[in-house]
Design a binder for this molecule. Sequence first.
Ligand code: LLP
Length: 415
Amino acid sequence: MADSTFDGVDLHALAQRVGTPCHVYSATAIRQRIEALTTALRGLDAQVCYAVKANSNLAILQLMADAGFGADIVSAGEMLRAVCAGIPAGRIVFSGVGKSADEIAQALDAGIARFNVESADELQLLQRIAAERGAIAHAAVRINPDVDAGTHAKISTGKSENKFGVAIDEARRWFADSARLSHVRLDGLHVHIGSQMLSLDPIRAALRRTAQLRQELTAAGHAIRSIDVGGGLGVSYRAGHDTPVAIADYVDVVRRELDGFDGRILLEPGRWLVAEAGVLLTRVVRIKQGGQRRFLIVDAAMNDLVRPSLYDAWHDIVPLAPDSGASQRYDVVGPVCESSDIFARDRELPECKAGDLLMIKATGAYGASMASNFNSRPLAAEVLVDNGRYAVVRRRQSIHDMIADERAAQEWESA
Ligand code: LLP
């Protein structure tokens, strides 16, 4: 039978107490990643800005704050979470192609470290809003190096066809014209080409282009104080199949490619820090023999974990009931009314029965943070486990809370 303890907590007992579906995160596993990254970065002038979107639970952000990490945010909501969790504004960088005027103003007022600017229009808006406030905004150009990250198309960001960043030529023009920006100090470069990368080659290629641009800009008299290398490091979703890059090797590439740069290096890992530290606990509702396939219907669904539906992502699934020795091939599916509500197709698993507990692995990143209320399913509980203890860090949403902001149309107004 598979080990049913997770960071010293018995998952059967936890599922009894908290119910299913439930996201469970190991604080110990996250601290180990934090420590490994911190160790690998030793000797570099580096600041880790955790990508909040990967897992934005306040308890997770607090672990990052405790480690002295900053945050990479993409909305005012993420900024508020980071600040609430104790991450100083001076360690926050703001990425994203659609920052609104209101969000830019909020971030300036909070005093965030840096804006990663992704379009000429955004740069002008930042200049205008900073000028109105008499503030100076520190900004980096997010460059789009036109490098294929070799990952799923939906999580690739560094090809010229993607909406992210600006071409190197455009970045050059921004710097050439930067003296005109009275309230924006354009003194950084940013690059992030994609997510779940299992090879160093695209990372090396993107950094090389960034480093070349940096040298060119420095030679032209522009002070470049920071290079933000983005996130994107992959993790193992499928034991024995995925081989993630070792963190020391990744940092080595950063070290080598940015050799000679004397400013600060920013890193924005998300998934690598949290994915493998999380599991989604779910129970078998029933087994259904269809015309062609055998369905293992569980109480978690695509609204709790959308990665398999959205990216055909593989997540290892481990039943936690005593193993009878027999195995079966199942389509593991949720209750949502979509054929894409599927966690695994034709997966060989130990034979299961209704009521059995399963864990879907490596769900700590882009699991709860991408959850929705589709099919009016309340958001699942989230639990942090830490060396034999557990804390509910998000209570299960009640149906009442889920519908609290809605009402039947009673008071009509005209606009
Ligand atoms: N920095 C920027 C500017 C980003 O856009 C992202 C992720 C990160 C950092 C963090 O990347 P990471 O280290 O986590 O790979 N929902 C998808 C992933 C989307 C990633 C979006 N941007 C998934 O579940 O695979």
